[in-house]
Design a binder for this molecule. Structure first.
Ligand SMILES: [Mg+2]
Length: 147
């Protein structure tokens, strides 16, 4: 059994575009991620939802969503949980882990757009760096993922 962790912001949901959009609309607020409703309103990254469903169907893979909270916005914890149910259904909420230190988790693969900063550098399995040359998008990632 392979344990695969998947990050949320800029891997499953398009955090950066929404930040940009908020900053254009309201340049006086430097922290759009603290606006109520921000996290639940994020659009999925292209191909992300289908990729997760595909991985969940594999009998040798256990998929978890592993996301660090925006600790200054307590609503981020709730909204991330709601986003997961909105997009994948209630059952998937059992596999949502909200944790500020991703290196504490045991597993085989961590798919994340950052290689460090939230403990990714201490993850003992393989770090799949989403968005880099090798894994620029979900289509490419699924083709080269070693599972
Ligand atoms: Mg991220």
């Amino acid at each position: 059994m392979l344990t695969v962790y998947i990050d949320m912001d800029d891997v499953l949901c398009d955090y950066s575009s929404k930040i940009k959009e908020h900053k254009q609309k309201n340049p006086d607020n430097p922290f759009p991620q603290s606006v109520p409703g921000f996290f639940r309103s994020l659009e999925p990254i292209d191909g992300a939802l289908a990729a997760v469903e595909k991985l969940r169907k594999k009998t040798n893979v256990e998929v978890y969503i592993l996301t660090a909270p925006s600790t200054k916005n307590p609503l981020s914890y709730t909204e991330k949980r709601l986003w997961v149910e909105d997009k994948f259904g209630y059952e998937m909420t059992h596999n949502l882990i909200i944790c500020s230190h991703k290196g504490l988790l045991k597993g085989d693969i961590l798919i994340d757009d950052h290689a460090s900063g939230r403990g990714q550098e201490f993850f003992e399995g393989k770090l799949v760096h989403f968005g880099n040359e090798e894994y620029p998008n979900w289509e490419a990632l699924l083709m080269s993922l070693p599972i």
